[in-house]
Write a protein of this length. Structure first.
Length: 217
């Protein structure tokens, strides 16, 4: 079975199980989406969703957020982890948005990547979920699953992203990256499936008999 054949299997199973893909991070506009995605680094979406209502009551736009102190923001977001860095980044990017973009989130991925605390993955999520532009955000979660399913031999998330974009049609990227995340959480977690248990792992590698060994991103 080649990559294209495995990709077709993956696509079919994911479409069957997740015909709809609601955005997991709660937000009211592209700015609050950006902040929520930033907070989700090394933190679960569930915890972010518990924290952001209080944060966005304090400020849900760059102008109001830029007036806050790092200490005030930190007290709210510290359960998300990396609080000092995230607090500083939130204020700095809010100031940049206010000064350079009239308080609006740019829909250019390169411009987003220049904002403090915003890497390629975060920018890709905002572009895809906020603006509906084709993007394929790949984090370590998706990277591991793509390896298990034989869709990539990428040594890092960048290489995996490139491989996945080649395998799947552009119009499927925004939905597919969420479908993969949902599947991994529900059926193929890192410390349970090991490439042996879930329907996709069995379908893509029916003869696999040993736990799959991932390449670290």
């Amino acid at each position: 079975m080649n990559k294209a054949e495995r990709a077709a299997i993956v696509f079919k199973i994911l479409e069957k199980n997740y015909p709809k893909t609601p955005v997991p991070l709660r937000h009211t506009n592209n700015y609050t989406l950006l902040i929520a995605v930033l907070l989700s680094a090394q933190c679960t979406d569930e915890r972010v969703n518990q924290i952001t209502p209080k944060l966005f009551t304090l400020a849900d736009n760059p102008k109001d957020m830029s007036k806050q102190t790092p200490e005030t923001i930190y007290e709210i977001i510290k359960p998300c982890g990396l609080g000092p860095q995230k607090s500083k980044a939130i204020i700095e990017l809010s100031c940049m948005l206010q000064n350079l973009y009239d308080g609006k989130v740019p829909k250019d991925i390169k411009a987003l990547e220049k904002l403090p605390g915003v890497g390629h993955k975060t920018a890709s999520v905002v572009i895809s979920q906020g603006f509906g532009q084709p993007a394929f955000p790949v984090d370590t979660h998706i990277h591991r699953l793509a390896q298990r399913w034989g869709l990539t031999k990428g040594k890092n998330v960048k290489e995996t992203e490139e491989d996945l974009k080649k395998l799947f049609p552009e119009e499927s990227w925004n939905k597919l990256h969420l479908q993969i995340i949902f599947w991994g959480r529900e059926f193929c977690p890192a410390r349970q499936c090991y490439g042996l248990e879930c329907e996709i792992c069995k379908a893509t590698y029916p003869k696999r008999s040993r736990p799959f060994s991932h390449k670290k991103p």
